[in-house]
Design a protein around this ligand. Sequence first.
Ligand code: FAD
Ligand code: EPU
Length: 338
Amino acid sequence: MIIQEDFSLKQLNTLGVDAKAKHFIELEDENDLLEYLDSKEAPKRNPMILGGGSNVLFTKNYDGTILRYPAKGIKIIEENSSYVFVESSAGELWDDLVTFCIEKNFYGIENLSLIPGEVGAAPIQNIGAYGVELKDVFDNLEGYFLDTKEKRKFSKTDCRFGYRDSIFKKELKNKFLITKVVLRLSKEKKFNLSYKALQEQLGDINPDKLTIYEVAATVREIRESKLPDPKKIGNAGSFFKNPEIGSTQLAQIQKKYPDITFYKTGDDSFKIPAGWLIEKCGYKGKRIGNIGCYEKQALVIVNYGNAGGEEIRAFAEKIRNAVNYGFNIKLDYEVSII
Ligand code: FAD
Ligand code: EPU
């Protein structure tokens, strides 16, 4: 167990905000975690679990304990001729798990290539990209309640996955530390090529001749063409969620903008791209000091220099107000604001 006080989190959040944690504890493995949970003062110290910091915005120093669980390990725990169950420790990089599966021709997470962060965080917002969400391949996860030390397994139903959502983002936020995730992947070749941008990038390739490497490489290409690399420019991916609206509101928007893209999510609900709304409000590529709205993808807020967390939040609020004013739509944050 590594314990540090007044620890800088600048290298541990991809927006590159220079916030400090009052206490910072890195737990090597489950024994370390249990030892920490045994210490009486542990739950009183306002714990927050941090993975790779690619979906958080620190607006101030953290007056509590930041817990990291970087334990690694990937293994196949069960397989038959059709399926394989792969277990990964929470501290593995998500993209390393994707690479492991691609190399073995285990189908299901190739569309989720190149998403930053760790495996333990993937269930928190049910990560998704290019037509696939974690829930499509998820089998179960394991972890510990921080207050009672109880070990618990969660099935897919228990996790209450939704679009960028789960039970761990709601009532169990910072109450349950995920230590392991098990995925159920297919050994039979099947791809999800439903996402338009993916189809366009693949062009005329015969789907029967496609390999898992080609699908993953194509997803990587698309991502690299529009999303900033956090190692070069601070960002946390999409800052807001794509909103859902009803048919009446959609029709009103279509009158002015017949080109708006949308897809049906329910009887009278349609998801529309927040990036499109932000672009139409004139924010795409806009920069104020060290903070900007990325020029290739308006849903991404970037830190060009040493912007503080409060400044970034104020910029994000400006965008929300503009979209609310222009379209009467309130955008929800995807990023967790601390
Ligand atoms: P963190 O940011 O550290 O934490 C996120 C949340 O998870 C926090 O609430 C934290 O408390 C909690 N948490 C972390 N680890 C654990 C654990 N072991 N147990 C319990 N709680 C935990 N997301 C997508 O869904 N799709 C994308 O396509 C996508 N693209 C991105 C592109 C870029 C360039 C960037 C920077 C981000 C992108 N994201 C995307 C967002 C981000 O990568 C994911 O949300 C990722 O799962 C966050 O992982 P992390 O380890 O960095 O988590
Ligand atoms: N669009 C614009 N202007 C922009 C950005 C997008 O008009 O500046 C339009 C595009 O033209 C396209 C549509 O919006 O018609 C969708 O764009 P894109 O395919 O880039 O996807 P997105 O909806 O903006 C979502 C996720 C991403 C994920 C991609 C691919 C959310 C909040 N974001 O973005 O996830 O990688 O789809 O599936 O759902 C993340 O969560 O951090 C993230 C990057």
